[in-house]
Structure formats: C-alpha cells, structure tokens
Design a binder for this molecule. Structure first.
Ligand code: AHR
Length: 322
C-alpha cells in the first residue's frame, strides 16, 4: 500500500514539474514585443506621454522597443522599417505629421504586423493600414476653445484680434486645433485671426514667434491662441519682456493642461487651458494585448477630456498627474 502511494506521489510530482516547465516555456514564447516610435521630446506633454508608455509596458510585461524620432518623419519611417525587420509583434507610433505614411504602413501590412496609432492621426485612404487610433479629439478641443472665447467676448463688440501660435506644421493637433477654432469663430465676424505661425510645440518656438507678433501687432492683439502649454509659456515670457501683461492685456488660451499650464493659470497668465491627456500608456498596452490575442478593438478610442478655466486652477492642480 505504502509503495503504491509513493509511486503515485512520484508520478504526481513528475507531472507537476513537466507542466510547470511547459507553462514557463510558453509564457516566454508569448512575451509580446512592441515597437513604439515617439514624436520626440518637444513638450512637457510629450515627456509625460513617454513616461506613461514606458511604465505601462513594464506593468503589462510587454517588451518595449522605444525610438525617439526627434520630430522628424524620416526618423519615424526608419524606426518603423527597423521594427518590421526585427519582426516585432505590434508597431505603435505617434505620427509627427498626418500625411506620407502609405508606403511604410503597406510594408508593415505586407509583413503581417498590426499597427496602432496613438495620440496623432494619419491621413490615409486605406484605413485597414492601422488597427486602431487611441487619443484625443483635437478638433473638439479646438471647438471647446472657440466656445470659451465666444462666451468670454459675448458682450464685447470687437474686433477681437487673435494671434495664433500653431503646433508643428502638418501635425494632427495643429491642423485640428486651428480648424476647430475656425469652425466656431467664423460665425461671428468680430473674431479675426490677425497672425498665425508655427512655434513647433516648443517653449523656445512660442517665445520667438510671440516676440515677432508683439513687434508687428503690439497692443492690437486681444487673444493669444497657443496650441500647447509650452508655446503659451514661451509667449508669456515674450509678452512680459515687451511690457504686455499676459492674462490681463491679452487673453491667453492654451492646450494640454500640464502642471506648468496650471501654475501659469494660478499666476493669472493663462486664462483657459483645454485638456489633452498624455496618459495613453495603459490603454495602448491593453489594445496591444487584445490585438495579439486576435480580439476585436474599436477603430477609434477617444480620450475623455475637459476644459479648465483659470478660476478652478488652484483647487485642481493638486490632483493633476502630469
Ligand atoms: O500631439 C499632442 C500634442 O503634441 C500636445 O498638445 C503637445 O504638447 C505635444 O507636443
């Protein structure tokens, strides 16, 4: 009897060991490799986005190959081609600009590597070239800013002269934040865009463009419409150096709602900040897992966002995560 139970125990241990070895081998086989091409490090938003993607990949046990394109499309194309050559399981990228992606996306398709877009969209006819697009609705963000301006100036006859600091030329947020604003303000002829130039989403760019605007238009400017907080902060510096009080002499509208933007609102220098969340990492990793598992994912995953006028900044800042 004792012999029988010993034999049974030995058989059990050997089965358990075989099973454990098999599981760890298949778990290893199944580790997902994700190639991610980031736009660059142009803004506080972008830094927070990179941190979110890297930490979510770690939490999800995904092997991340990260590449920084330094705001150049050719670098992103090179990175995507290298991910294809490395046979990663999934490619994700945040496209610097909207156009010019068909050839490389077709190469990914031919290699059977699914592509996920995050943050920014691409302009392609064949939408089967990507699985899903995860990120903000930039057009709606522009409309939100436009509606806030409509309300702010509803009792003023105008003209209301707007100087626009655009993001990177050809990028989805620059195109859509401009279009969203226009959609709203074009209904009222008192709103006029008197100047519009790209500051490339950087603080230095925003400052430089605002210096030129201040020289050319000075006190004619009623509103600075900056496509992100970094450019707004640069513009604030330029206005102060030119003897203009941002937030008082000039209404400052910005996007992202970073901690820097909130601090400027608390200081009375940004009047409203339209939220754009960079915390896309967890949603991206869960989409990556679903795609690898062959599950259906929605074609568009839109981030929930709001608008922060300066009067809520002090109470809201402690809960901001970026
Ligand atoms: O694509 C998102 C935009 O890019 C953010 O508004 C900006 O700050 C970033 O550089």
């Amino acid at each position: 009897m004792r012999l029988i139970s010993r034999l049974a125990f030995a058989a059990f241990v050997s089965t358990a060991l075989t099973f454990a070895a098999g599981t760890s081998a298949s778990a290893q086989e199944k580790q997902i490799t994700l190639g991610f091409s980031q736009v660059g490090a142009e803004s506080a938003w972008r830094t927070a986005n990179t941190v979110s993607v890297k930490s979510a990949a770690k939490d999800a046990g995904i092997n991340l190959k990260f590449s920084d394109a330094q705001q150049k499309q050719e670098n992103q194309i090179r990175a995507i081609r290298s991910f294809i050559a490395q046979k990663v399981n999934v490619i994700a990228f945040s496209p610097v600009v909207e156009s010019g992606w068909e050839p490389v996306l077709n190469e990914a398709k031919a290699a059977h590597i699914p592509v996920i877009l995050t943050d920014r969209a691409v302009d392609v006819k064949d939408t089967s070239l990507y699985v899903t697009m995860i990120g903000s609705d930039f057009l709606e963000e522009g409309r939100r800013a436009g509606r806030w301006l409509e309300e702010r100036y509803k009792n003023e006859p105008g003209p209301i002269n707007i100087a626009e600091l655009q993001g990177t030329v050809g990028s989805a947020p620059a195109n859509d934040r401009h279009a969203g604003l226009m959609e709203v303000v074009k209904k009222d002829p008192k709103f006029k865009i008197i100047a519009s130039q790209s500051g490339d989403f950087t603080l230095a760019g925003g400052k430089q463009v605002m210096e030129a605007f201040a020289k050319s238009y000075g006190k004619q400017i009623n509103v600075v419409y900056a496509h992100n907080d970094d450019m707004a902060l640069g513009a604030i510096q330029a206005m102060e150096e030119a003897g203009i009080k941002p937030g008082k002499d000039v209404t400052v509208v910005s996007f992202d709602a970073t901690k820097g933007g909130f601090e400027a609102m608390i200081a009375g220098k940004i009047n409203v900040d339209v939220e754009c969340s960079p915390l896309l990492g967890p949603q991206l990793m869960s989409a990556v897992k679903d795609v690898v598992a062959g599950k259906q994912v929605p074609k568009r995953i839109v981030t929930n966002e709001t608008v922060f006028p300066m009067n809520v900044a002090a109470q809201t800042l402690p809960s901001r995560k970026y």
